[in-house]
Design a binder for this molecule. Structure first.
Ligand SMILES: Nc1ncnc2c1ncn2[C@@H]1O[C@H](COP(=O)(O)OP(=O)(O)OP(=O)(O)O)[C@@H](O)[C@H]1O
Ligand SMILES: [Mg+2]
Ligand SMILES: [Zn+2]
Length: 704
């Protein structure tokens, strides 16, 4: 008899323990044992190592799943604690929570700042109407303005485009002296100054390229009691490097003319929560390039802004951002030396937007035709945007839409500036119904009545999708955000973001969002904004909430094994497979030689693609890029979890929508068919459903 090494070890342990037991009870003679065994070969050891590694992987998988569950539960716990706090706050007397010099305000105390009976309230209202030409405040604006006018330090977190600037511009106009505004980008400053000039609010800026003459005038103006400007915009490096500026600020402060400090895009202070380019170092001689809204900021000077609060502790500071999580804000608090600022966060939950994911037809023309039908029927005469992947797509999609009598025009960065602004203008005045745009159509888009934003291709991250789709419904009326999810698009975008730090990770997050069939789309999005939105907060304003969890859980272990086998065969033949080739091979297309060796799938194409995506998301498959000077190729490789599938006990399942794909798009016929199949399965009339191609409704494929 031959025994493996581990069998010998187990036998040895067993015998020794028995012998020791017998020995101690029966006799005192030492026993000897001779076992004839085969010396373990290299392959035996390797096999055992593989099995231990596979087991370890399984444990890791379980840990990951438990950690995911823990995150989910912690989120729910936080939401419940928040609700409890709200209830308690409502019941408590207003002063009970105040303590220290800068008490954290209770909800009730906070509400007092929504009032219009402050000494400055009349002036605010007048300037809101006469200078800013606005009739009402948006949510949280008045509260933020009253808090900063009361001398409080404040962090204001509000989604893009909701009107943060007004929260320091209006107080600036209603206060003595001037407000110092620190802004990271010269173009952002120029935009604001142009706007302020257009409404006759005097504002100036100082940056590296300011002329001597201009700087001199500005410096003199800072201590002029007549206050020739109400806002002074500076770059962070001016604060860091210009001793003259600091001394003028000191003088202005002594003359009681420095009314407030606003730090725009305050998250730039923190190095947490951002995508850094590989190799970036956060020290003062080596600036960090921070990417935000596709713009790289030079960051290190933000680190030095603590000097402002140290020098002027009594001047209220207002930090503004659209992207900060609580850990980023904590970091900013420390860096800016602001003790206990009040944080006002407007929810990122756009309750008037309906989120839907649809499967994109793999046929390009059919996919555009789908979009055209949607616009012609559901969005007839309504204003909207169709986001596409490339300049070429913008041209071709808009020309197809035009052929279908839709007033659609392309917009992309390769167009002449005049053409772009003409399209923008015509669309804003409703002379064009649809702009078919790349992401170049973003900055400064502030049209209130956009009723739909259709993504013909997925965005590169959830954050990008939130922002792009968020151009819908700014008038707070209902609007739809529809995302077309196509298998091959994942890999087009993947090759585009390959050089971005965490680019792949972010892409897979949005793929996961699209593939999801059972969780509220809002709740999946909210995680990325450090918020918890539950199904209640959604109010059936997403497809998964509205279509009442219409999915089934399917065991895909055998399918996964087949896919892995194909990749193993390809690797042994030194062949690389693109995702499309992989699915083709699995469906029995490709060389006859290969077809003979593999197990072709019974799944239809969409299902097969959904399984491959699932395996990629779960780490059974991974991406492999290959670069040429002109292009980047994407191939599929076995992922770190692939060896797990060798184990007999390892199973894998996925939730599938009614079409059998990741997302739930349900036609009526599909729905009826599915219901019958489920009923028959339960009744035992059908014991197995054999899916085959797209003809799965045909009864010959149902085995009774
Ligand atoms: N109360 C209001 N009523 C109507 N429109 C407003 C109001 N407040 C601000 N706006 C408008 O909202 C638009 C966006 O404002 P703003 O540039 O301040 O946004 P933001 O929150 O700073 O966004 P970002 O994060 O992109 O910088 C502007 O056109 C502004 O005029
Ligand atoms: Mg802003
Ligand atoms: Zn929902």
């Amino acid at each position: 008899m031959y025994l493996t090494y581990s069998e010998v070890r187990n036998l040895y342990i067993y015998l020794i323990s028995t012998l020791v037991h017998v020995n101690s009870h029966i006799c005192s003679e030492p026993w000897s044992l001779t076992v004839f065994c085969r010396v373990p070969s290299c392959s035996d050891v390797q096999a055992e190592l593989d099995s231990v590694e596979a087991e370890l992987e399984l444990v890791e998988l379980q840990i990951t799943e438990l950690l995911q569950k823990q995150t989910e539960l912690t989120g729910r716990k936080d939401a419940l604690l928040q609700r409890l706090e709200d209830v308690c706050d409502a019941a408590q007397p207003s002063s009970s929570k105040s303590s220290g010099a800068h008490p954290v305000l209770s909800k009730q105390e906070m509400r007092l700042y929504d009032g219009i009976d402050f000494p400055w309230s009349k002036e605010l209202e007048q300037h809101l109407k006469d200078s800013f030409h606005l009739s009402t405040f948006r949510p949280l604006q008045l509260r933020a303005i009253n808090l900063t006018m009361s001398g409080r330090d404040l962090f204001l977190v509000m989604p893009t485009g909701r009107g943060k600037s007004l929260c320091f511009q209006l107080p600036a106009v209603c206060s003595k002296g001037f407000t110092l505004v620190v802004s990271p980008l010269v173009s952002l400053m120029e935009d604001q100054i142009m706007y302020l000039k257009s409404i006759d609010v005097p504002a100036v800026m100082l940056n590296a390229s300011s002329s001597r003459e201009h700087a001199k005038t500005v410096m003199a103006g800072m201590t002029d009691p007549k206050a020739p400007f109400k806002l002074l915009y500076v770059t962070p490096e001016k604060i860091a490097k210009s001793k003259l500026l600091m001394s003028r600020l000191e003088k202005a402060h002594n003359a009681d003319l420095l009314s407030r400090i606003a730090v725009d895009e305050v998250h730039c202070c923190s190095q947490w929560g951002h995508d850094f380019r590989p190799g970036d170092q956060g020290n003062l001689t080596n600036p960090i390039h921070l990417k935000f809204n596709s713009v790289y900021f030079i960051l290190y000077n933000y680190k030095l802004l603590g000097i402002l609060k140290r020098q002027f502790p009594n001047v209220p500071l207002l930090g503004l951002t659209a992207t900060a999580t609580s850990s980023v804000l904590k970091d900013c608090e420390k860096i800016l030396c602001v003790p206990k600022p009040i944080t006002l966060s407007a929810s990122f939950n756009r309750t008037n937007l309906y989120y839907e994911v649809r499967i994109k037809d793999s046929n390009y023309d059919a996919s555009i035709s789908d979009v055209a039908s949607l616009i012609k029927n559901r969005y007839k005469d309504q204003s909207g945007i169709v986001y596409v992947f490339s300049q070429k797509d913008a041209e071709s999609v808009s020309s197809v839409l035009q052929k279908r009598d839709i007033l659609a025009f392309p917009y992309h960065s390769h167009m002449e500036a005049d053409d772009k602004s003409q399209v923008h203008r015509k669309w804003t005045s409703n002379k064009i119904q649809v702009v078919v745009a790349t992401v170049a159509f973003g900055m400064g888009i502030d049209k209130p009545d956009v009723r739909f934003v259709i993504h013909h291709t997925i965005s590169k991250s959830i954050e990008n999708y939130y922002q792009e789709s968020g151009r819908a419904g700014r008038d707070d009326r209902q609007a739809d955000c529809i995302l077309y999810f196509g298998f091959s698009d994942i890999f087009r975008i993947s090759t585009m973001v390959v050089m971005e730090n965490v680019g792949q990770q972010k892409l897979l997050q949005i793929v996961d969002y699209c593939q999801n069939v059972d969780r509220c789309r809002r709740s999946l999005m909210s995680v990325h904004f450090d918020e918890v939105w539950d199904d209640e907060g959604c109010n059936q304003m997403c497809d998964t909430c509205r279509h009442a969890k219409d999915y089934t859980t399917v065991d895909i272990t055998q399918h996964a094994k087949q896919v892995v086998h194909i990749l193993e065969l390809a690797a042994s033949a030194d062949e690389k497979l693109t995702p499309l080739k992989l699915v083709d091979a699995w469906m029995g297309k490709g060389p006859a030689k290969r077809r003979k060796m593999i197990h072709t799938t019974t799944l239809c194409r969409l299902q097969a693609e959904a399984v491959v995506v699932m395996l990629l998301l779960q780490g059974y498959l991974r991406e492999d890029f290959s670069f040429t000077p002109y292009t980047t190729y994407f191939y599929m490789k076995l992922g770190r979890k692939a060896p797990l599938l060798k184990s007999q006990t390892h199973t894998l399942s996925m939730k599938m929508g009614s079409t059998g794909t990741g997302t739930a798009v349900v036609s009526n016929a599909d729905h009826i068919y599915q219901t019958y199949v489920r009923l028959y399965l339960i009744e035992g009339i059908i014991h197995r459903v054999h899916y085959s191609g797209d003809q799965r409704r045909s009864s010959e494929f149902i085995k009774f």
